[in-house]
Design a protein around this ligand. Structure first.
Ligand code: ADP
Ligand code: MG
Length: 552
């Protein structure tokens, strides 16, 4: 054997490993789900590559995951006959954290208190590294499909790993073997009862059959059949099964807030199993973050990069399984396919209409979803013109009318006489925004103002959009036509600018000079003496601040 080479993990990984090992993370079982889902992914990748090159499958066309227990050696092994990894791929995949969002996650955790930190870990799919929660040493031996060499990776999870070539005789004939040398307090993972129950609870529906050997020389016993969950009739699937499946496809630890499972028939035939998570992932606003819906063609996994949904639905997880796409189409060609375009359209429409239904049938559950993902959905207001009305219908707002979420339908029902616009104010803090003097004139007249505090609001709201013929209009933008809307009985109408006021205005203009473009009396204030407004056709104040902050 060649001398193993010692390398350091990327800084991020070392930090994450330490966090996991030192956190009081209670649900250690998840390492099994993570390793089994990696093994299943590897089998699915091989199934796909085997379409173009059947020689990769060789004699062994049946994908399989085998879990072997060895109580004497306190060892648990998970082996798959999937795609495998070359030495270079191994260093790349297991020495770096590929999972996007990890960085954001670590940053958040670094700034959190201990108890909160371990709670955060519980929400995050930690992938391969979760094996160090139960193992002192993890060895990975792999042989890539079609390769005549094999390699081994090993680490104690404390900051470094080794990697070296090994004899093919010591590696699986194809695929990957992950050997966990279990910690003393994790010895129960060599009991077949515990392991079988855990796998059945977490991974029963991965699309690859799972076998268990309770001793190294035992006969393998099949414990999961590898039948894809989405092909089963809805009535036969329990909520728990959906949740388990969601967790294994999404790598998240929460439960779905909405599950959508249906079969489209007609011009195009496809099945959809989609989930809206309860909790936003850490990288939701990472500009590189794209959707993660998986595309299958007749049960064969093709890609998770087909952008099956518009960007503003990137928080939706799950899969689409098409019956009409050709199996041998390349990933690049798929993107151009009219079948895919039809699927994209159909699935996005369906998701939005389900949300709409939920808003009507269970407002509380809907508002939770809006609270978590509304800021992302609103990106659709300027990205997806065709669905703008639908999205406006789904939108909920904080407003001056109280502390409840309000829809535009609620807003329109409360329009005042002569009110010609939907008024909004943008800012970054809800309380400060609500206290803004800009709102006084509106409050005095009982006019509701939308309080917009998401960054995205500064993009769609001033984009010239309207709802039911009423344009959205910023309260900071020029004169707000308030004089047309009567003040309630008993409140004095704003006086014509008296000589005294005119004199004062002249004085202010002379003092401020070029710093302002105009100074004028206004209907918008009732208590405060002055406020700043943006010119009628200029940039909105919040957008101005945002762009200034971005250094533009
Ligand atoms: P993720 O699965 O989200 O990519 P993981 O930490 O679980 O993150 O795995 C990291 C990477 O390691 C995978 O993307 C894959 O490239 C590789 N990998 C892990 N397990 C296997 C396996 N059994 N067979 C082949 N590749 C694997
Ligand atoms: Mg994984």
């Amino acid at each position: 054997d060649a001398a193993p080479e010692t390398r350091s993990f990327e800084a991020d990984v070392a930090q994450l490993l330490k966090l996991m090992v030192h956190s009081v993370y209670s649900d250690k079982d998840v390492f099994l789900r993570e390793l089994i889902s990696n093994a299943a992914d590897a089998c699915e990748k091989l199934r796909y590559e085997g379409l173009a090159d059947p020689s990769l499958l060789g004699e062994d066309g049946q994908p399989r995951i085998t879990v072997t227990l060895d109580a004497e050696a306190r060892r648990l092994t998970i082996e798959d006959n999937g795609i495998g990894m070359s030495e270079a791929e191994m260093g790349e995949a297991l020495g770096t954290i590929a999972r996007s969002g990890t960085k954001a996650f670590i940053e958040r955790i670094a700034g959190s208190k201990d108890a909160e930190g371990s709670q955060l870990i519980g929400q995050f799919g930690v992938g391969f590294y979760s094996s160090f929660m139960v193992a002192d040493t993890v060895e990975v031996v792999s042989r890539r499909a079609g390769a005549d060499s094999a390699a081994a990776w090993s680490s104690d999870g404390l900051g470094t790993y080794t990697i070296k070539p090994v004899e093919v005789a010591d590696a699986p004939a194809r695929g990957t073997r992950v050997v966990l040398h279990l910690k003393e307090d994790a010895a129960s993972y060599t009991e077949s009862f515990t392991v079988e129950r855990t796998i059945k609870a977490q991974s029963a529906h991965v699309p690859v059959p799972i076998f268990l050997k309770d001793k190294p020389d035992a006969e393998p016993k099949q414990i999961a059949d590898g039948a894809a969950l989405w092909t089963k009739p809805k009535a036969e699937i329990t909520p728990e099964e959906y949740t388990d499946f969601y967790r294994s496809v999404a790598g998240q630890f929460d439960a779905p807030a909405l599950t959508l499972h249906y079969r489209a028939e007609g011009l195009h035939e496809y099945s959809v199993l989609a989930f809206i998570p309860e909790m936003p992932p850490f990288d939701l606003f990472d500009p590189d973050r794209t959707g993660r819906m998986k595309l299958y063609v007749r049960r064969v996994f093709i890609t998770d990069e087909a952008q099956l949904l518009p960007r503003y639905l990137r928080f939706v997880r799950g899969l689409v399984d098409s019956n009409d796409l050709p199996l041998n189409v390349s990933r690049e060609m798929i993107q151009e396919s009219p079948v895919l375009a039809a699927i994209q359209k159909g699935v996005a429409n369906r998701i939005l209409s389900e949300l709409d239904k939920l808003a009507a049938s269970d407002a509380e559950r809907y508002l939770k979803i809006w609270d978590a993902f509304g800021a992302v959905l609103k990106e659709g207001l300027y990205e997806d013109y065709a669905r703008r009305e639908t999205l406006l219908g789904l939108a909920r707002f904080r407003t001056t009318a109280g502390s409840e979420w309000r829809s535009l339908a609620d807003y329109v029902a409360g329009l005042k006489e002569n009110q010609t616009a939907i008024y909004y104010a943008t800012g970054s803090d809800l309380d400060r925004l609500a206290a803004s003097p800009q709102l006084e004139g509106f409050r005095a007249r009982g006019i509701e103002v939308l309080l917009l505090t998401d960054q995205v609001d500064s993009f769609w709201a001033p984009s010239g959009i309207d709802h039911g013929g009423k344009p959205f209009k910023s309260v900071t933008q020029g004169l707000a036509d308030l004089s047309l809307i009567p003040l309630p009985e008993g409140q004095a109408p704003a006086a014509e600018a008296s000589g005294e006021v005119t004199g004062f205005i002249d004085y202010v203009k002379a003092t401020l000079g070029d710093a302002v473009s105009d100074v004028r009396p206004s209907e918008r204030l009732t208590e405060s003496a002055v406020c700043l407004v943006a010119p009628e056709h200029g940039m909105d104040r919040q957008l101005e601040k945002l762009l200034a902050g971005a250094g533009r």
